[in-house]
Design a binder for this molecule. Structure first.
Ligand SMILES: [Zn+2]
Length: 283
């Protein structure tokens, strides 16, 4: 197995499932919205294939249940299949028991589609924070080996601003297990960490910023972890009525994501989360 320096990941969800648009698309209506997942996934797969790169796909169980062929295609292409939970709920709304059920349900769906039991997890909207730290008890109990849900930034909803921004081992609060935390990338400026791993920030900042971040991570010997979503590769998606700030966050520079991803994959050495962790003898 090759030993890539940085990790690249995709949270497999629809444009109408983002926390930003919860009001416009209640869960009960999701099945009545026309799916767009194929558009983004086809473009991502094309870029990964052209650049001979393996990635980690954190699937919503809800998506894998309705589009199991994407799990199959990931496996055929040698990508890693991981869990993004069932239907994109904040962990503190699920509660500890609810989270265990949500993980189990998603595992079953992924395995029914042919995947192995997932060993990696990313929570909806980075919602492992100090108030949902019990999530590590559940993840360890269910045998997860890595997690990418803690965002070491200051943010009104999520974030643990003083958390280690590199890869670290977290012991579950009940003391019974541990796993590796591999947070999405942040950039340190004057003692504070700023988000630099993906999402709206990746589309908003010029590509030169992301390049500089990746070079900085290489100097720190800290593997970067980037994340993107299929809907970010779909500039033709239906436009949603929402506040100007929500629309900006969702739609800014959607038409540039694909070429930017491809430029990064060509210039830097990316792989799946498990490949990066294995290359550092961590799993
Ligand atoms: Zn998500």
């Amino acid at each position: 197995m090759s030993q890539p320096r940085h990790a690249i990941s995709f949270d497999v969800e629809e444009y109408f499932q983002v926390a930003n648009f919860y009001e416009q698309f209640p869960r009960a209506q999701w099945d009545s919205v026309e799916p767009r997942i194929d558009v983004g996934m086809d473009r991502i797969f094309g870029a990964l294939e052209r650049q001979r790169t393996k990635a980690t796909f954190f699937f919503l169980g809800w998506i894998a249940e309705r589009h199991p062929h994407w799990v199959t295609r990931c496996l055929e292409a040698g990508h890693e299949v991981a869990s993004h939970g069932y239907d994109h709920q904040f962990l503190w709304n699920l509660g500890k028991e609810g989270f265990a059920d949500d993980l189990a349900r998603t595992e079953e769906i992924l395995m029914a589609a042919g995947a192995e039991r997932p060993s990696g997890f990313r929570a909806c909207t980075f919602t492992i924070t100090r108030r949902s730290w019990w999530a590590f008890d559940v993840l360890c109990e269910r045998g997860y080996r890595f997690d990418s849900s803690v965002h070491p930034v200051r943010h009104p909803v999520y974030g643990v601003h003083d958390f280690e921004p590199g890869i670290s081992r977290v012991t579950s609060p009940d003391g019974k297990g541990s796993l590796l935390e591999f947070p999405v990338t942040t950039y340190p400026i004057a003692g504070r960490n700023f988000p630099a791993g993906g999402g709206g920030y990746f589309r908003l900042y010029p590509l030169a910023v992301t390049r500089a971040v990746l070079r900085k991570m290489e100097r720190l010997d800290r593997p970067a972890a980037l994340y993107m979503h299929p809907w970010e590769f779909d500039p033709e998606q239906p436009r949603v009525r929402a506040s100007a700030s929500k629309r900006f966050r969702h739609y800014v520079n959607l038409d540039r994501t694909l070429s930017r991803l491809e430029a990064l994959l060509a210039e830097f050495d990316f792989g799946s989360f498990s490949q990066v962790l294995a290359g550092r003898d961590l799993i």
